[in-house]
Structures are given as C-alpha cells and as structure tokens.
Write a protein that binds this ligand. Structure first.
Ligand code: AMP
Length: 188
C-alpha cells in the first residue's frame, strides 16, 4: 500500500499515518519528523533546515527531494509507505511523480484530511511544539494555503484524491480512513 497524506498542519496526518503504517507494517515517512530529528542531531541537513522550520517556511525543494529519494530507496520502503507532509508544493508533487516513475513504483491514493481552520489552530497550539507558537502557526497555515492546498486540485484532476472529514476525534477519523481504504481495496 502506497499512500500520500495531504492536509494542513494539525490535520491529524501524523497521528493517523503512524497508526495505519504500524497496522500495515509499512514505514510512516514524515519529512517533518525526519527534519526535526536532523535538527536535534545537528546534522548538515538539520543546520540548513532549522531557520526555515523556525519561521514556518518550507525548506528548499532540493533538500527535501534528496531526503525523500534516499528514504524511498531504503529496504523497508519497498513494500509500501505512507508519505506525510510531502509533497508540499506543486514542484515537489511533479518531482515525486518523476522519482516514482524512475523507481517503477506508483502511489495508490492521496488522502486529504479536511479540517476547519479553527480546529487546526486549536490542535497546533495544544500540541505546543517549538514551531507551534502563535506567529509560526499563522505563517504555517498561510504557507499551507498558498503552496500546499493547490495539490488538492492537482490530485483531484488526475483522479487520485480521496477526502475524509478530519474534524472529529482520533478514533472516528481512524474509522473513516479504514472504511475508505477497505472500499478502495475492494474495487481494485
Ligand atoms: P510538519 O511536521 O510536516 O508540519 O513539518 C514541519 C516543518 O518542516 C515545516 O513547517 C517545514 O518547515 C518543514 N517541512 C516538512 N516537510 C516539508 C516539505 N515537504 N517541504 C518543505 N518543507 C518541509
């Protein structure tokens, strides 16, 4: 199973991605988690990424594509994956298509977690991560709207998009996700 999770910061992609990946025994690949780890370890990637992350801006595509290519080539990613937080703009989405073509792989579906602005802000402020202070939260949502939200239409146009209501609690969203995937697997 190869899935792309799409949605704003705070939409629940991480929580759902982690749980589903575990159940399917495939890696949950979160570019945000990989970058945070790189920052914590002070690696060259982390040093380059840190200022962008602290500001709520996107890390440059060249860094992200290198990171993703390396990760998708690893042995555990050959039987499937869930991508969370990538792609984040149209150039990354195109680059992912080309990378997968080169690797002779393809994703199955893109799952868009639709969540209201108010719930997103509440969740992020509750989560209280370092890049979740009020100014950064606002900027992250702006960047999402400008750069990432166009991917919804991009994937809808190529008939890859599934939409789930991500406003509810974790268990309810997880049920909707399971139903959606069962339905899709039943048809394919
Ligand atoms: P996330 O945990 O997915 O919200 O990511 C945290 C931060 O990491 C983002 O605000 C960006 O600065 C950076 N980041 C994560 N994924 C990407 C990506 N695909 N492209 C660019 N920057 C990213």
């Amino acid at each position: 199973m190869r899935l792309i999770f799409l949605g704003a910061p705070g939409a629940g992609k991480g929580t759902q991605g982690e749980a589903l990946a575990k159940a399917q025994n495939i890696p949950h690949i979160s570019t945000g988690d990989i970058l945070r780890q790189a920052v914590a370890e002070g690696t060259p990637l982390g040093l380059l990424a840190k200022s962008y992350m602290d500001e709520g801006e996107l890390v440059p595509d060249s860094l992200i594509m290198g990171l993703i290519e390396g990760r998708l080539e690893q042995a555990d990613a050959q039987k499937g994956w869930i991508l969370d937080g990538f792609p984040r703009n149209l150039d990354q989405a195109q680059a992912l298509n080309e990378l997968l073509q080169k690797m002779k792989q393809n994703y199955d579906r893109v799952v868009y977690f639709m969540v209201s602005q108010k719930i997103l802000i509440d969740r992020m402020l509750e989560r209280g991560r370092k890049d979740d202070n009020e100014a950064t939260v606002r900027r992250r949502l702006e960047v999402y709207r400008e750069r990432t939200a166009p991917l919804i239409q991009f994937y809808r146009d190529i008939d890859s998009l599934e939409v789930i209501d991500g406003n509810a609690d974790v268990a309810t969203v997880s049920n909707s996700l399971r139903q959606l995937l069962e339905q899709w697997l039943g048809q394919n």
